[in-house]
Structures are given as C-alpha cells and as structure tokens.
Design a protein around this ligand. Structure first.
Ligand code: CAA
Length: 282
C-alpha cells in the first residue's frame, strides 16, 4: 500500500491523514468543504509543531509529512488511485452508506474500503458495495497521532486477506491493531460508553460534582482524563449517538442514555467543540 485516501477532514480525518503521511504514505485528504480542508491542514501543522517541540520529530520531518498530504474536494479524483480508502465522515448512517456507494464506483477494484466509524455496522456498510470482502472497520482513537490502538473490525463478509492487510498497515503506523467482530459498539465503545453514561448518571443523581467524579476516576483508576472530561473531548452528541446504537442493537435498558446527556445535546452543549459541556472551554 502506498496511496491512501481519507474521506472527511474533521478531527479524526485530519489525525488519520497526519499519521499516514508521517509514516511515509502519500495521502489525499478529501472533504466537500474547502474551508474544512484548509482548517484541517492548519490543524495538522499545529499538531506536528507539538511533536517538533517535544523533540519526537524534526522540522524536516514536519515539512516532509505536510508535503505528502494533498487536499481535494473531488471524491472521484481523490480516491481513484488509492490502495486504501479510510472514511472518517460524520457519524451518520445515511451519509456513510452514500459515501460507500460512491467509493465502490470510484475506487480501484482491488482497493480496500475502511471506515473509521465508532459504532455503525461494518456489515451494513459493506452490503451497499459490490466488494464486501474488502470492506473493514479501521477505528482510530482521538488524538490519532498519539493513541496506540486501532480497533480493526471484521464485518460479516470481510476476508482474511483484507484483515491481514489492515493489521499490517496499522502496525506500520506504529499502532497496535486489535481484531474484533462486528457487533454494536464493537469492543471500545461497548465498554467505554456505559462507563461515561454511568458517570453522567452519577452527576444527574447528585452523588458528586463534575470535578469530584473525574478526580475519583483519574486518581483512583489512573485514567488520563475523567469520564466527564473525556465525554466533552469525544463530543456529547457522539456519545449520545453511540449509546443509541448500543440501546437499539442490544435492546437493553442498561444502555439507555442518561436524560442529562440528552438534554445537554438538545441544548447544543456538546463539549469542547461547542465551547461548553461538563466544563467551560470559552
Ligand atoms: N497530535 C499530536 N500530538 C499530540 C496531540 C495531537 N492532536 N495531542 C497531544 N499530543 C501529544 C503531546 O505533544 C504530548 O507528546 P509527548 O508524549 O511526546 O510529550 C502527548 O501527546 C501528551 O499531550 P499533553 O502533554 O499535551 O497532554 P496530556 O499528557 O494531558 O495528554 C491526551 C493528552 C493524550 C489527550 C491524554 O489526556 C489522554 O490520553 N486522554 C484520553 C484520550 C482517550 O481516551 N482517547 C480515546 C477517546 S475514544 C475515541 O477516540 C473513539 C471513539 O469512538 C469515541
């Protein structure tokens, strides 16, 4: 694999582009919004600067990484030469299905189509393409350049060959790939989101305040962020959407989102990106 296309230039998309380019791959970063692409490249530059400041890469590495990232708003042109396409668009099922229908037409027949979805079924996504054996989940964690895990999700039809190729390319990015099967929330979010939801319920029921809950989990369990800070970082709308997938997929009340989470999302308080969640970022 040499040529990678990333669809979607938000937080995850730009982090994935950054990581592939840093490890020598040619990257086409694609978004329908030119402004978003401009912003993404600026963000990648800033995140590379952090690495330069920390001494983990040189200025020359930074320049070389940026030179391997090409942006385009043209999906067809962006994916036509790719060996691997990683979709990292908004977590909306209809949007993702439409993107995969188009990718199936525009990408080379031998290309692998991966989704960075955090909870949407890979089997369902693969079913809208004519290449189900070559569709797979490649779930990176935020911040992508830092977090070691890639959750590799095998859909019902995903072949061994596709899985092996994605495990190998993830290792080349200095990540640790973990293979899991395609059931709601996979492994990461099936375990993480009930914890976050329970932290929100603990706050909702007045057991403790925001800082207290986060401090218990940070200092007591050695988590780098408390669950409420992490929820703000992930986005409360994303947390809600994943809990709804779990609730629907398993039909169990234990996954029902806390009413406080629903209210905060309805009020537009979605965490870091909106300037306010459990904490104030303004
Ligand atoms: N790009 C590149 N480097 C970055 C970065 C970025 N976006 N953000 C942070 N860094 C680097 C810093 O330069 C620093 O590098 P060194 O280790 O070389 O010093 C390192 O990461 C740590 O950063 P900071 O010192 O600024 O801050 P920190 O020590 O507080 O760590 C954190 C920040 C890595 C985000 C840490 O708080 C953490 O691990 N938080 C939990 C993150 C997490 O759980 N992510 C998963 C979320 S779930 C998800 O993504 C999937 C889903 O489906 C919802």
């Amino acid at each position: 694999m040499k040529q990678i296309a990333i669809v979607g230039s938000g937080t995850m998309g730009n982090g994935i582009a950054h990581t592939f380019a840093q490890f020598g791959y040619q990257v086409n970063l694609i978004d329908i919004n030119e402004e978003a692409l401009h912003h993404a490249v600026k963000t990648i530059g800033k995140n590379l600067d952090r690495q330069v400041t920390k001494g983990s890469i040189t200025i020359a590495d930074k320049e070389a990484t940026l030179s391997r990232i090409h942006t385009t708003a043209d999906l067809k042109a962006g994916v036509s030469q790719a060996d691997l396409v990683v979709e990292a668009a908004t977590e909306n099922i209809e949007l993702k299905l439409n993107i995969f229908r188009e990718l199936d037409v525009y990408a080379k027949p031998e290309a692998i189509l991966a989704s960075n979805t955090s909870s949407i079924s890979i089997t369902q996504i693969a079913a809208v393409t004519g290449r189900g054996t070559q569709v797979i989940g490649m779930h990176f964690m935020n911040p992508v350049p830092v977090m070691k895990l890639v959750e590799v999700i095998r859909g019902y039809a995903t072949s061994d060959e596709t899985t092996n190729q994605i495990m190998a390319v993830s290792a080349k990015l200095d990540k640790v790939p973990v293979e899991v099967n395609d059931y709601p929330g996979f492994v990461a979010n099936r375990i993480l989101m009930p914890m976050i939801n329970e932290a929100i319920t603990t706050l909702f029921e007045g057991v403790a305040g925001v800082k207290e809950i986060d401090t218990v989990m940070k200092l007591g369990m050695a988590h780098p962020m408390g669950p409420l800070q992490l929820a703000d970082f992930i986005g409360l709308d994303v947390c809600l959407a994943i809990l709804q997938v779990l609730q629907q997929g398993f039909g169990q009340a234990k996954y029902a989102p806390c009413p406080l989470l629903i209210n905060m999302v309805m009020a537009g308080k979605t965490g870091v990106k909106s300037g306010e969640g459990f904490y104030d970022y303004s």
